[in-house]
Ligand binder design. Sequence first.
Ligand code: ASP
Length: 317
Amino acid sequence: MTFRAQHLLGIEPLAPAEITALLDRADRYVAFNRGAAKHADSLAGMTQVNMFFEPSTRTQASFELAGKRLGADVMNMAMRASSLNKGETLIDTAMTLNAMHPDLLVVRHPNSGAVDLLAQKVTCAVLNAGDGRHEHPTQALLDALTIRRAKGRLHRLTVAICGDIAHSRVARSNIWLLGKMENRIRLVGPPTLMPAAAAELGVEVTDDMRAGLADADVVMMLRLQRERMDGGFVPSEREYYHRFGLDSDKLAHAKPDAIVMHPGPMNRGVEIDGTLADDINRSVIQEQVEMGVAVRMAAMELLAENLRAARAEAAHG
Ligand code: ASP
Protein backbone atom coordinates (compact mmCIF):
# COMPACT_ATOMS: atom_id res chain seq x y z
CA MET A 1 0.00 0.00 0.00
CA THR A 2 1.54 3.32 -1.04
CA PHE A 3 -0.51 5.61 1.16
CA ARG A 4 0.29 4.58 4.72
CA ALA A 5 -0.82 7.52 6.85
CA GLN A 6 -3.41 6.99 9.60
CA HIS A 7 -4.26 10.71 9.76
CA LEU A 8 -3.85 13.64 7.42
CA LEU A 9 -2.41 16.23 9.79
CA GLY A 10 -0.03 17.95 7.42
CA ILE A 11 2.04 17.58 4.26
CA GLU A 12 5.31 17.51 6.22
CA PRO A 13 5.12 13.80 7.19
CA LEU A 14 3.99 12.57 3.75
CA ALA A 15 6.33 10.83 1.32
CA PRO A 16 6.28 12.00 -2.33
CA ALA A 17 4.82 8.60 -3.33
CA GLU A 18 1.92 9.10 -0.89
CA ILE A 19 1.22 12.52 -2.40
CA THR A 20 1.23 11.05 -5.90
CA ALA A 21 -1.03 8.16 -4.88
CA LEU A 22 -3.53 10.58 -3.38
CA LEU A 23 -3.48 12.87 -6.43
CA ASP A 24 -3.94 9.89 -8.80
CA ARG A 25 -6.95 8.76 -6.81
CA ALA A 26 -8.34 12.32 -6.76
CA ASP A 27 -7.90 12.66 -10.52
CA ARG A 28 -10.32 9.77 -11.00
CA TYR A 29 -12.86 11.52 -8.79
CA VAL A 30 -12.70 14.68 -10.91
CA ALA A 31 -14.25 12.75 -13.82
CA PHE A 32 -16.70 11.05 -11.45
CA ASN A 33 -17.84 14.40 -10.04
CA ARG A 34 -18.52 15.71 -13.53
CA GLY A 35 -20.87 12.80 -14.23
CA ALA A 36 -24.59 12.66 -13.62
CA ALA A 37 -24.64 10.01 -10.88
CA LYS A 38 -22.30 11.32 -8.20
CA HIS A 39 -22.73 8.57 -5.68
CA ALA A 40 -20.36 5.86 -4.56
CA ASP A 41 -20.37 3.73 -1.42
CA SER A 42 -16.75 3.38 -0.32
CA LEU A 43 -17.53 5.19 2.94
CA ALA A 44 -20.91 3.51 3.46
CA GLY A 45 -21.52 2.75 7.11
CA MET A 46 -18.88 5.23 8.20
CA THR A 47 -19.57 8.37 10.23
CA GLN A 48 -17.80 11.60 9.34
CA VAL A 49 -17.89 14.48 11.82
CA ASN A 50 -16.86 17.98 10.76
CA MET A 51 -15.70 20.20 13.63
CA PHE A 52 -14.90 23.72 12.49
CA PHE A 53 -13.74 26.04 15.25
CA GLU A 54 -13.07 28.77 12.67
CA PRO A 55 -15.33 30.01 9.89
CA SER A 56 -15.09 28.22 6.55
CA THR A 57 -17.01 28.23 3.30
CA ARG A 58 -15.19 26.20 0.68
CA THR A 59 -13.40 23.73 2.91
CA GLN A 60 -16.36 22.76 5.03
CA ALA A 61 -18.75 22.52 2.08
CA SER A 62 -16.37 20.41 0.08
CA PHE A 63 -15.59 18.02 2.95
CA GLU A 64 -19.33 17.60 3.47
CA LEU A 65 -19.99 16.99 -0.21
CA ALA A 66 -17.02 14.64 -0.47
CA GLY A 67 -18.28 12.50 2.40
CA LYS A 68 -21.83 12.41 1.07
CA ARG A 69 -20.72 11.46 -2.43
CA LEU A 70 -18.88 8.47 -0.97
CA GLY A 71 -21.86 7.38 1.10
CA ALA A 72 -20.72 8.39 4.62
CA ASP A 73 -23.10 9.68 7.28
CA VAL A 74 -21.92 13.27 7.69
CA MET A 75 -22.50 15.45 10.72
CA ASN A 76 -21.50 19.12 10.90
CA MET A 77 -20.89 20.53 14.35
CA ALA A 78 -20.99 24.32 14.60
CA MET A 79 -18.17 25.05 17.02
CA ARG A 80 -17.66 28.54 18.33
CA ALA A 81 -13.97 29.25 18.68
CA SER A 82 -14.67 31.73 21.45
CA SER A 83 -16.08 29.17 23.85
CA LEU A 84 -13.90 26.24 22.88
CA ASN A 85 -10.39 27.46 22.30
CA LYS A 86 -8.74 26.05 25.39
CA GLY A 87 -6.73 22.85 25.03
CA GLU A 88 -8.59 21.02 27.76
CA THR A 89 -12.00 21.83 26.42
CA LEU A 90 -10.95 20.73 22.96
CA ILE A 91 -9.76 17.38 24.28
CA ASP A 92 -12.94 16.95 26.32
CA THR A 93 -15.00 17.60 23.21
CA ALA A 94 -12.91 15.15 21.23
CA MET A 95 -13.28 12.46 23.87
CA THR A 96 -17.03 12.98 23.99
CA LEU A 97 -17.28 12.65 20.25
CA ASN A 98 -14.96 9.68 20.21
CA ALA A 99 -17.32 7.82 22.49
CA MET A 100 -19.92 8.03 19.69
CA HIS A 101 -17.60 6.04 17.38
CA PRO A 102 -16.98 8.38 14.47
CA ASP A 103 -14.68 7.04 11.75
CA LEU A 104 -13.47 10.28 10.22
CA LEU A 105 -13.00 13.53 12.10
CA VAL A 106 -12.41 16.69 10.07
CA VAL A 107 -11.10 19.51 12.24
CA ARG A 108 -10.30 23.19 11.72
CA HIS A 109 -8.93 25.12 14.68
CA PRO A 110 -7.33 28.55 15.20
CA ASN A 111 -4.42 27.12 17.23
CA SER A 112 -1.43 25.61 15.44
CA GLY A 113 -0.96 22.04 16.67
CA ALA A 114 -4.48 21.65 18.07
CA VAL A 115 -5.46 19.08 15.46
CA ASP A 116 -2.33 16.97 16.11
CA LEU A 117 -3.14 17.00 19.81
CA LEU A 118 -6.67 15.88 19.16
CA ALA A 119 -5.53 13.07 16.86
CA GLN A 120 -3.55 11.58 19.75
CA LYS A 121 -6.71 11.24 21.82
CA VAL A 122 -9.18 9.63 19.44
CA THR A 123 -9.48 6.24 17.80
CA CYS A 124 -10.64 7.41 14.36
CA ALA A 125 -8.86 8.99 11.39
CA VAL A 126 -8.33 12.75 11.74
CA LEU A 127 -8.05 15.21 8.86
CA ASN A 128 -6.63 18.66 9.45
CA ALA A 129 -8.82 21.25 7.70
CA GLY A 130 -6.47 24.07 8.78
CA ASP A 131 -4.82 24.67 12.16
CA GLY A 132 -3.74 28.23 12.92
CA ARG A 133 -0.82 29.18 10.75
CA HIS A 134 0.57 25.65 10.76
CA GLU A 135 -0.83 23.50 7.92
CA HIS A 136 -3.82 23.10 5.59
CA PRO A 137 -2.90 19.86 3.84
CA THR A 138 -5.98 19.36 1.67
CA GLN A 139 -5.54 22.89 0.29
CA ALA A 140 -1.96 22.13 -0.80
CA LEU A 141 -3.12 18.83 -2.32
CA LEU A 142 -5.91 20.47 -4.29
CA ASP A 143 -3.46 23.15 -5.42
CA ALA A 144 -1.06 20.41 -6.51
CA LEU A 145 -3.77 18.61 -8.48
CA THR A 146 -4.77 21.89 -10.16
CA ILE A 147 -1.13 22.59 -11.09
CA ARG A 148 -0.52 19.04 -12.31
CA ARG A 149 -3.59 19.13 -14.56
CA ALA A 150 -2.82 22.61 -15.92
CA LYS A 151 0.93 22.09 -16.45
CA GLY A 152 1.02 18.36 -17.12
CA ARG A 153 3.56 17.82 -14.34
CA LEU A 154 4.29 18.65 -10.72
CA HIS A 155 8.06 18.97 -10.75
CA ARG A 156 10.66 21.41 -12.00
CA LEU A 157 8.19 24.29 -12.07
CA THR A 158 8.85 27.78 -10.75
CA VAL A 159 6.14 28.71 -8.29
CA ALA A 160 5.80 32.21 -6.81
CA ILE A 161 3.82 32.27 -3.55
CA CYS A 162 2.92 35.89 -2.89
CA GLY A 163 1.55 38.00 -0.06
CA ASP A 164 1.00 37.25 3.61
CA ILE A 165 3.27 34.23 3.95
CA ALA A 166 3.87 34.63 7.68
CA HIS A 167 0.26 33.97 8.72
CA SER A 168 -0.57 31.46 6.02
CA ARG A 169 -1.02 27.75 6.65
CA VAL A 170 -1.71 27.46 2.91
CA ALA A 171 1.80 28.75 2.18
CA ARG A 172 3.40 26.36 4.68
CA SER A 173 1.64 23.30 3.30
CA ASN A 174 2.44 24.34 -0.25
CA ILE A 175 6.10 24.94 0.57
CA TRP A 176 6.30 21.40 1.94
CA LEU A 177 4.48 19.82 -0.95
CA LEU A 178 6.10 21.70 -3.82
CA GLY A 179 9.51 21.27 -2.20
CA LYS A 180 9.07 17.50 -1.85
CA MET A 181 8.17 17.35 -5.54
CA GLU A 182 11.32 19.28 -6.48
CA ASN A 183 9.99 22.59 -7.65
CA ARG A 184 11.62 25.99 -7.40
CA ILE A 185 9.75 28.09 -4.86
CA ARG A 186 9.86 31.86 -4.49
CA LEU A 187 8.22 33.64 -1.59
CA VAL A 188 7.25 37.19 -2.47
CA GLY A 189 5.94 39.73 0.02
CA PRO A 190 6.80 42.55 2.39
CA PRO A 191 9.45 41.66 5.00
CA THR A 192 6.83 42.20 7.75
CA LEU A 193 4.75 39.34 6.29
CA MET A 194 7.65 36.94 5.74
CA PRO A 195 8.33 34.24 8.36
CA ALA A 196 11.57 34.82 10.25
CA ALA A 197 13.03 31.50 9.11
CA ALA A 198 11.92 31.83 5.46
CA ALA A 199 15.43 31.51 4.05
CA GLU A 200 15.91 28.21 5.91
CA LEU A 201 12.94 26.64 4.10
CA GLY A 202 15.00 26.04 0.98
CA VAL A 203 13.16 28.75 -0.95
CA GLU A 204 14.08 32.07 -2.53
CA VAL A 205 12.73 35.19 -0.82
CA THR A 206 12.12 38.64 -2.30
CA ASP A 207 10.01 41.74 -1.66
CA ASP A 208 9.97 42.66 -5.34
CA MET A 209 7.00 41.30 -7.29
CA ARG A 210 8.70 41.73 -10.64
CA ALA A 211 11.77 39.74 -9.63
CA GLY A 212 9.64 37.18 -7.80
CA LEU A 213 7.33 36.58 -10.74
CA ALA A 214 10.08 36.50 -13.41
CA ASP A 215 9.55 33.38 -15.53
CA ALA A 216 7.19 31.80 -13.01
CA ASP A 217 4.96 28.95 -14.18
CA VAL A 218 2.56 29.39 -11.29
CA VAL A 219 1.58 32.54 -9.37
CA MET A 220 -0.17 31.79 -6.11
CA MET A 221 -1.72 34.78 -4.33
CA LEU A 222 -2.59 34.78 -0.62
CA ARG A 223 -5.04 36.80 1.45
CA LEU A 224 -3.91 39.30 4.06
CA GLN A 225 -4.86 37.32 7.18
CA ARG A 226 -5.93 40.22 9.37
CA GLU A 227 -7.48 37.92 11.96
CA ARG A 228 -3.99 36.58 12.72
CA MET A 229 -2.28 39.99 12.88
CA ASP A 230 -2.00 41.88 16.13
CA GLY A 231 -0.91 45.20 14.73
CA GLY A 232 -0.19 47.11 11.53
CA PHE A 233 1.74 44.81 9.23
CA VAL A 234 1.02 46.82 6.09
CA PRO A 235 0.81 50.62 5.69
CA SER A 236 -2.54 50.68 3.83
CA GLU A 237 -4.45 48.38 1.50
CA ARG A 238 -3.95 50.84 -1.35
CA GLU A 239 -0.22 50.90 -0.88
CA TYR A 240 -0.19 47.11 -0.51
CA TYR A 241 -2.12 46.65 -3.75
CA HIS A 242 0.24 49.00 -5.54
CA ARG A 243 3.32 47.01 -4.50
CA PHE A 244 2.05 43.46 -4.08
CA GLY A 245 -1.39 43.21 -5.64
CA LEU A 246 -1.44 41.02 -8.75
CA ASP A 247 -2.54 42.83 -11.90
CA SER A 248 -1.82 42.16 -15.57
CA ASP A 249 1.27 44.43 -15.54
CA LYS A 250 2.96 42.45 -12.80
CA LEU A 251 1.78 39.13 -14.26
CA ALA A 252 3.50 40.06 -17.54
CA HIS A 253 6.81 39.20 -15.83
CA ALA A 254 5.76 35.57 -15.40
CA LYS A 255 5.78 33.04 -18.25
CA PRO A 256 3.13 33.81 -20.90
CA ASP A 257 1.23 30.66 -19.93
CA ALA A 258 1.60 31.11 -16.17
CA ILE A 259 -1.50 30.23 -14.16
CA VAL A 260 -2.94 32.39 -11.38
CA MET A 261 -4.14 30.74 -8.16
CA HIS A 262 -5.81 31.88 -4.94
CA PRO A 263 -7.13 29.65 -2.13
CA GLY A 264 -9.97 32.03 -1.29
CA PRO A 265 -11.56 33.93 0.25
CA MET A 266 -10.25 36.58 -2.09
CA ASN A 267 -10.03 40.31 -1.46
CA ARG A 268 -10.41 41.89 -4.86
CA GLY A 269 -8.38 45.06 -5.20
CA VAL A 270 -6.19 44.17 -2.21
CA GLU A 271 -4.08 41.15 -3.21
CA ILE A 272 -5.50 40.61 -6.69
CA ASP A 273 -7.21 42.55 -9.44
CA GLY A 274 -10.81 41.36 -9.77
CA THR A 275 -10.80 41.20 -13.57
CA LEU A 276 -7.66 39.07 -13.57
CA ALA A 277 -9.13 36.74 -10.96
CA ASP A 278 -12.10 36.16 -13.29
CA ASP A 279 -10.02 35.76 -16.46
CA ILE A 280 -10.52 32.12 -17.39
CA ASN A 281 -7.46 32.21 -19.62
CA ARG A 282 -5.16 32.90 -16.68
CA SER A 283 -6.97 32.17 -13.45
CA VAL A 284 -7.59 28.61 -12.22
CA ILE A 285 -9.34 29.72 -9.03
CA GLN A 286 -12.58 27.93 -9.91
CA GLU A 287 -10.68 24.76 -10.83
CA GLN A 288 -9.07 24.87 -7.38
CA VAL A 289 -12.52 24.74 -5.82
CA GLU A 290 -13.53 21.86 -8.09
CA MET A 291 -10.34 19.91 -7.28
CA GLY A 292 -11.06 20.42 -3.58
CA VAL A 293 -13.98 18.01 -3.58
CA ALA A 294 -12.06 15.32 -5.49
CA VAL A 295 -8.99 15.63 -3.25
CA ARG A 296 -11.09 15.37 -0.09
CA MET A 297 -12.87 12.30 -1.45
CA ALA A 298 -9.51 10.67 -2.17
CA ALA A 299 -8.06 11.63 1.21
CA MET A 300 -11.00 10.31 3.20
CA GLU A 301 -11.20 7.13 1.16
CA LEU A 302 -7.49 6.34 1.59
CA LEU A 303 -7.65 7.01 5.33
CA ALA A 304 -10.80 4.89 5.61
CA GLU A 305 -9.01 2.00 3.89
CA ASN A 306 -6.10 2.27 6.32
CA LEU A 307 -8.48 2.54 9.26
CA ARG A 308 -10.33 -0.63 8.20
CA ALA A 309 -7.03 -2.46 7.77
CA ALA A 310 -5.80 -1.33 11.21
CA ARG A 311 -9.07 -2.37 12.85
CA ALA A 312 -9.02 -5.76 11.12
CA GLU A 313 -5.46 -6.30 12.27
CA ALA A 314 -6.34 -5.33 15.83
CA ALA A 315 -9.32 -7.69 15.79
CA HIS A 316 -7.14 -10.60 14.70
CA GLY A 317 -4.78 -9.90 17.44
N1 ASP B 1 -9.05 29.49 3.19
C1 ASP B 1 -7.65 29.46 3.49
C2 ASP B 1 -7.41 29.06 4.92
O1 ASP B 1 -8.33 28.67 5.61
C3 ASP B 1 -6.95 30.73 3.12
C4 ASP B 1 -7.44 31.97 3.80
O2 ASP B 1 -8.25 31.92 4.72
O3 ASP B 1 -6.96 33.04 3.38
O4 ASP B 1 -6.29 29.11 5.37
